[in-house]
Design a protein around this ligand. Sequence first.
Ligand code: BGC
Length: 246
Amino acid sequence: MKTLGIDIGGSALKGAPVDTTTGKLLAERFRIDTPENLSPPDMARAVAAMVAHFKWKGPVGVGFPGVIEDSTIWTSANLDKSFIGCDGGKLFAKATRCPVAMINDAAAAGVAEMHFGAGRGFMGKTLLLTLGTGVGSCLAYQGVVVPLEIGHFPWGKHGKSVEKYVAASVRDQKGLSWKEWGGRLHEYVEVLEKLLWPELIIIGGGISADHAKFFKHVKPRAKLVPAEFFNNAGIVGAALWAAEKK
Ligand code: BGC
């Protein structure tokens, strides 16, 4: 079966048709840069442009960086606030004339990694973190993926969201060395291990391609591995989700 996976992120949306029986991309992924935060109608136009690029007719899965209930978006930490309360499924289905299934972007990455990537065949407790503009998270156990929002608990003396301390974007903004940023990630993972006791931790997001540079500074109890789909996990997982929901 084939579905189109789209991953909406802080600075771009990326998409590709996916063979949902293998998790393989069926065409080179396409990227639409969004240098400014798009409003929901503008995002719907961008999603429609993605669908048009692939001349797609069929199910579409959309990963969005916020809390998703059914197809409604309830948080939007790094995108336009007017997404809050918006039915993303309806909005994007209207713009594309395709059936649309919505999923949190990190949960999508979890679905891809547990099916075909770094967590395939593993039934124990797995924590997946995506490090990009923000911090995305999900747990998987016995193959079931549960979305989490553990990038937002208060951290440090000012009590800001912890993602403002450990997201990959913070490394760039503050010019942190791999050692400094890896040390931050270590502190964060130490807290998460006390709360969640994962057996396996998968690190995703674009930065996972550089895992050799910072894994040496993170020393969890759990086994630590990079995502196998690197930055494509969100696309593949959203596509798998759309196939499951069909
Ligand atoms: C959002 C999450 C999302 C993560 C990664 C966070 O700011 O609250 O829902 O998964 O960023 O994009």
